[in-house]
Ligand binder design. Structure first.
Ligand SMILES: [Zn+2]
Length: 455
């Protein structure tokens, strides 16, 4: 059964044929670590994780690379606005480096709570500046870049395929962008973008380069790191749809400009999470974190289940009611009994399995797959596809049967009652007591979950 994926480049669903049989190279744009991840960002990582797991389910060995943007990234993708890292550091009164590590750790913790598998390589931008410098040198040599007084720019007019990913109307942009060009008289074309910033003495992170001390533009890190680990041409590149017109467009221009070879074969993009009618982004106030959901008694995996119930190319409207429904739905999944399997007949099982796989392999139609799994109600089938879904079905189902010592069970009861009464201090105190008694404590759809810590 062939895996088929929607390729933004061709605007069509294509058979996935990897460059190297049996392997799948994959690069995903990672977080800018200046604040906690909001659940809109997390939706994209859940989608990428499902893709990675689906590749593996189909027998491919993934080589998954993700970057950490820990060097300045301006608020607008188009080289304007304030530096997000420096703004964050000022807000918290810490060093930019400290800020980066703090939020990188918080992000890794969120990934773990959502059962997102760790990519083979997680690479920090600040540790790859020499790779970026090399790439910029190559672009200068090949005539794709030019230097101004204080910036090295990519010359988009030299790259004839610049519009191909986003199907940009460059003439329209040219005509409409007069105001922006005037802001920076040295930039030759409105779409040109910064590769390296120079002579910005107040910027906190600086490196030596052949052009003087400075720091990289945002887009160059993804070209440099993806090609370093996956080669000049690789299989899959993912990100949110918001990256199509600027960031990914610029990545293609940089990479193909430097190597003269095709950069990425399949571009996959995850749609927005909407809150009310607004898209979820850190620049607007309505931003929610996984911890904020946990405080309201929601399991991170309930959020994951909510994400899985919408196709990755559809917008998902987030409401607390929808999350509550997902948590209830997940509770039902965990309650599916292993002993009365409706698919005990081998051929019935094989047919059902093929049907679910066909849905998932059809451009990751996981919502349809989940619909089928719910219809069949087979614990074994759920568990098999949990390697794609990542809902910890076997573990959570088993946990119910685990007998707890009565004093521990009493602490769990008291903590559940405290949470119900929103007595957070008491709930935290009881949590700590359970930890001190040697238990791992989690928040599941049925309340507190505990498990003896392995020694
Ligand atoms: Zn990127």
């Amino acid at each position: 059964m062939t895996l088929r994926l929607y390729n933004t480049l061709s605007r069509s669903v294509e058979d996935f044929v990897p460059l190297v049989p049996g392997r799948a190279g994959m690069y995903c744009c990672g977080p800018t670590v200046y604040n906690y991840a909001h659940i809109g960002n997390l939706r994209t990582y859940v989608f990428e994780d499902v893709l990675r797991r689906t590749l593996r389910f189909n027998g491919y060995v993934p080589m998954h690379v993700m970057n950490i943007t820990d060097v300045g990234h301006l608020e607008s993708d188009a080289d304007e606005g304030e530096d997000k890292m420096e703004k964050g550091a000022r807000r918290e009164g810490v060093d930019v480096w400290e800020l980066a590590r703090k939020y990188e750790n918080a992000w890794l913790l969120d990934m773990g709570r959502l059962n997102i598998e760790r990519p083979e390589i997680i690479c920090r931008a600040t540790e790859h500046v020499p790779d970026m410098i090399q790439l910029i040198e190559r672009l200068l040599e090949r005539g794709y870049a030019y230097a101004t007084e204080d910036t090295i720019y990519y010359d988009t007019s030299k790259f004839s395929d610049y519009a191909k990913l986003a199907r940009l109307d460059l003439r329209g942009l040219q005509a409409g962008a007069g105001g922006r060009v005037q802001l920076n008289t040295e930039k030759r074309h409105p779409n040109d973008f910064a590769l390296w910033f120079l002579k910005r003495p107040r910027h906190l992170m600086q490196w030596d380069s052949p052009w003087g001390r400075g720091y990289p533009g945002w887009h160059i890190e993804c070209s440099a790191m993806s090609m370093k680990y996956l080669g000049p041409t690789f299989d899959i590149h993912c990100g949110g749809v918001d990256h199509i017109p600027v960031h990914h467009t610029n990545e293609i221009a940089q990479s193909e400009g430097a190597t003269g070879q095709p950069f990425v074969r399949y571009w996959l993009h995850g749609e927005w999470l909407l809150i009310g009618s607004e898209k979820m982004s850190k620049s607007i106030e309505n931003f929610l974190t996984l911890s904020a959901l946990a405080e309201r008694g929601f399991d991170a995996l309930a959020y994951r289940y909510l994400c899985l119930q919408a196709h990755y190319r559809s917008e998902l409207r987030f409401t607390m009611d929808a999350l509550e429904a997902a948590q209830q739905g997940l509770r039902k999944v965990y309650a599916v009994r292993p002993d009365r399997d409706p698919l005990s007949d081998a051929s019935a099982y094989a047919d059902a399995r093929a049907e679910v796989l066909a849905a998932i392999n059809d451009d990751l139609n996981v919502p349809q797959g989940i619909g089928l799994l719910n219809r069949y109600g087979s614990h074994r089938l759920w568990c098999e596809f949990d390697s794609v879904l990542g809902l910890s079905i076997a573990e959570r189902a088993e946990q119910k049967d685990e007998a707890l010592p009565s004093d521990i069970a009493a602490l769990v009861e008291r903590r559940n009652a405290a949470r119900k009464a929103r007595a957070w201090d008491e709930s935290d105190r009881l949590r700590q007591e359970l930890i001190d008694r040697g238990y791992e404590v989690g928040d599941g759809p049925n309340g507190t979950t505990v498990r003896r810590r392995p020694i």
